[in-house]
Ligand binder design. Sequence first.
Ligand SMILES: CC1=C(CCC(=O)O)c2cc3nc(cc4[nH]c(cc5[nH]c(cc1n2)c(C)c5CCC(=O)O)c(CCC(=O)O)c4C)C(CCC(=O)O)=C3C
Ligand SMILES: [Fe+2]
Length: 393
Amino acid sequence: MIGCVPTPPVTAPSTDPSADATGLAPYDAVLLFSFGGPDGPDDVLPFLRNVTAGKNIPDERLAEVAEHYHHFGGRSPINAQNLALRQALEDELRRRGLDVPVVWGNRNWAPYTRDALAEARARGAHRLVALVTSAYSSYSGCRQYRENLWTALDEEGADGAPLVVDKVRSYFNHPGFVQANVDAVVEAFGALPAGTAWPRLVFVTHSIPDTMQDASQVAGASYQDQHLDVARTVAAAASERLGHAVEWDLAYCSRSGPPSQPWLEPDVNDHLEALAAAGTTSVVLSPIGFVSDHMEVAFDLDTEALETARGLGMTAVRADSVGVREPFVRGLVDLLLERAAIARADDAGAPRPPEQTVGDLPAFRSVCVPGCCRMRDGVDSGRPAACSTDPWS
Ligand SMILES: CC1=C(CCC(=O)O)c2cc3nc(cc4[nH]c(cc5[nH]c(cc1n2)c(C)c5CCC(=O)O)c(CCC(=O)O)c4C)C(CCC(=O)O)=C3C
Ligand SMILES: [Fe+2]
């Protein structure tokens, strides 16, 4: 009936690829691969030392970040969130008749990557597919995970045949991730108190050093451009759902280098001040740079940025990150199946299947090119990394 046509979903309904009998073959386990976080006050300092080893982070910044964790009882929400995601993935895999274990490992805290690989081996796995809990490509969200994985594979496989691990592409422009963000933004608009002025939508992500931003372009589109692509797509879909044009910006949080080192700007707090000065009285913050409401969201946004907004007399609501929202979890399982179909095509020397995307950018590579996401423009981090065609891997 004309006039009752529902808004087309961002996710194009697809035939369920798991209907194909090959399922996740050649993979026999899934690695949920994350950052890690402290489980109690005694973990905070050793965790921070793990994260910042070899990094140029001033001591004052470390002390300040330790305080963020202690403010929440010395415990990051990230581990419980990863357990919930693992459960949601297992449930969705079972729902589709895909019976493979999901093991969980972190770069910076227990359970470590190496332990997860050992668990997968104990459960009979030989070849794993890894899902990184970072949707975007840069040294921090791609290569650093692959370097850690290379080391963990080397250590875990020291006494026998190493496991093989392939990685799902950076999935910022996968329909499931985008759809879950659209849903969260639309809900956040609905959560503003009645009578609030039409808000500005401020997308937020983790700041990175300008040098890392420059280096990220090797992957095809820079870290910043990946976010701008998602922001545009989410804002357009949200405008359509809300029946009103949404004006948006991209701002950054969690900068941590020395002040002399340029990082991506504007900082979300500075940006809120600029918006207030220009007459904006209400905002929705959408943390598109993060997949769960971990410490960077709980502290930098919910504690700091919302406080800044209140101090400026603004009405502010934070949209959820994608977490275990259904379109996101479904999308991750679609990505696992997509990666398996790519592996089968590559193994057979056959053409790869099409990959689903939304927005203006193409699907990112499943196997990174040499030097992908290297730390500094023109200079490799000098460490071998898994899941790439680097000559040493
Ligand atoms: C792009 C990006 C993501 C998103 C992609 C992804 O999710 O991977 C991310 C996520 C996270 N970052 C996290 C925590 C920290 N990040 C730090 C430091 C840094 N992050 C960076 C970038 C990113 N970080 C960078 C360029 C640095 C400087 C040092 C370096 O070059 O690596 C530091 C050191 C102290 C500080 O200076 O803040 C901490 C404690 C947690 C855990 C939260 C929890 O515990 O709940 C998570 C999920
Ligand atoms: Fe990469």
